[in-house]
Ligand binder design. Structure first.
Ligand SMILES: [Cu+2]
Length: 397
């Protein structure tokens, strides 16, 4: 509020000064041969503007180089999916093209504006058009852009292609809601049971239709485990608003839209453990831990508990601003060898059995009715993770 008032005061002050100078100028009208206040630019004005124009290109270049040096390392590191290198290549080609063309054209624009700055007595030369010149500067961008678009389309269809014929794929449903993710594996039958928001009740937080035979072996988890080297087909559903499932390390993103199922597939190629040994990741982790240890020292001095050191994990993030706790909407992703993945999945309880148990518990007279029983074998992080809806409530207050 204070800053808003300060801004308003500054704006009003600016207007007052501007009005004062206008009044001052008006008092000068009629003063003979007063060049200083003439509306017509003289050579001094032209020179000042010419050099400013030239100086501005220096400002742009220095800013660009500084940003690259300071923040260039923040780009995404080693891709962890099969299509990742293609995606990165397309990005690199586009960025280099933009960089070179922009650098060159911007220089020419500013240089010519400087070189042909106004001179007293000079008259602008009327130049109608030049077909040859226009043809050249149209055809070059057309060819370059067409090449870029064709390559982009080719890469895009490759990335979005879901090989339906491929056997031994993993089918996962990713369910989004304000503000968390849940995943459901299709189980041994490879088919996900039907689901609808109307069926949401107790432990059945995804609204799976428990009367559907395909739903009987479905497994719900709060951690996304993926087998290395296998095609994983994702089906996305949202309970409430638009979300976006963003897997930065796998170079994948898909909108999650209420009322429809969106999908894509990718093949993870790097295990979580191997990625932790990646040079870029190790640097990032070291940097984060340095910041955390500084913060911890501060916390300990205040008598609070220190922060845990950070270890790298793949993440699924939400990339649509979907509400107050959007920033907190994330899920741990674990890529492991197929055998480990199979073991993890087989250790988990099916949703059908969890629903059955919760109904039995609810029927017992000793226990208060309708109490949700946590799914057995659910990931330990689920219990430890703070309820993000609570964060939202705090923010609302
Ligand atoms: Cu979201």
């Amino acid at each position: 509020m204070t800053s808003l008032l300060v801004i308003i005061v500054l704006v009003l002050l600016g207007i007052a000064i501007w009005q004062l100078t206008k009044i001052f100028h008006l008092t000068q009208v009629g003063a003979a041969n007063n060049d200083e206040f003439s509306e017509v630019a003289n050579d001094r004005d032209n020179n000042v503007n010419g050099y400013l124009m030239f100086g501005f290109i220096g400002f742009i270049y220095i800013g660009t180089i500084y940003s690259l040096l300071k923040w260039g390392h923040l780009v995404l590191g080693t891709p962890a999916s099969e299509h990742g290198p293609d995606y990165d290549n397309l990005m690199a080609i586009s960025m280099w093209l933009i960089f070179i063309v922009q650098g060159l054209t911007q220089f020419l624009l500013h240089y010519f504006a400087f070189k042909h700055r106004g001179k007293e007595g000079n008259k602008a030369f009327y130049y109608a058009d030049n077909d040859k010149l226009e043809f050249i500067w149209t055809i070059i961008p057309v060819i370059v852009l067409a090449g870029l678009i064709l390559y982009g389309l080719y890469a895009w269809t490759n990335i979005m292609f879901i090989d339906q014929e491929k056997e031994d794929t993993v089918l996962v449903e990713v369910y989004a809601k304000q503000f968390s993710w849940e995943v459901r594996y299709a189980g041994p039958d490879g088919v996900l049971g039907k689901a609808n928001v109307r069926y949401i009740e107790g432990v059945n937080t995804l609204g799976v239709d428990m009367s559907d035979p395909n739903a009987q072996d479905d497994i719900v988890a709060t951690e996304l485990h993926l087998p290395k080297g296998k095609q994983v087909v994702f089906k996305f559903r949202s309970q409430d608003v638009l979300h976006s499932a963003y897997f930065p390390h796998f170079r994948a993103q898909m909108n999650v839209v209420p009322g429809m199922v969106t999908e894509f597939a990718f093949v993870p190629t790097v295990n979580t453990d191997d990625m932790r040994q990646d040079e870029g990741i190790m640097k990032k982790v070291a940097n984060i831990n340095e910041i955390r240890s500084k913060k911890s020292a501060q916390l300990v001095a205040e008598g609070k508990t220190a922060l845990d050191p950070y270890t790298f994990d793949y993440l699924l993030l939400c990339n649509k601003i979907c509400g107050a706790s959007h920033y907190n909407m994330q899920m741990k992703v674990v890529v492991e060898d197929d055998a480990d993945f199979k073991k993890w999945l087989s250790d988990k309880e099916t949703l059908a059995s969890a629903v059955k148990k919760s109904k039995e518990d609810a029927a017992k007279p000793a226990e208060p009715a309708g109490q949700a029983v946590p799914v057995k074998g659910a990931d330990s992080t689920a219990a430890a993770k703070p309820d993000s809806t609570m964060v939202a409530q705090v923010i609302k207050k």
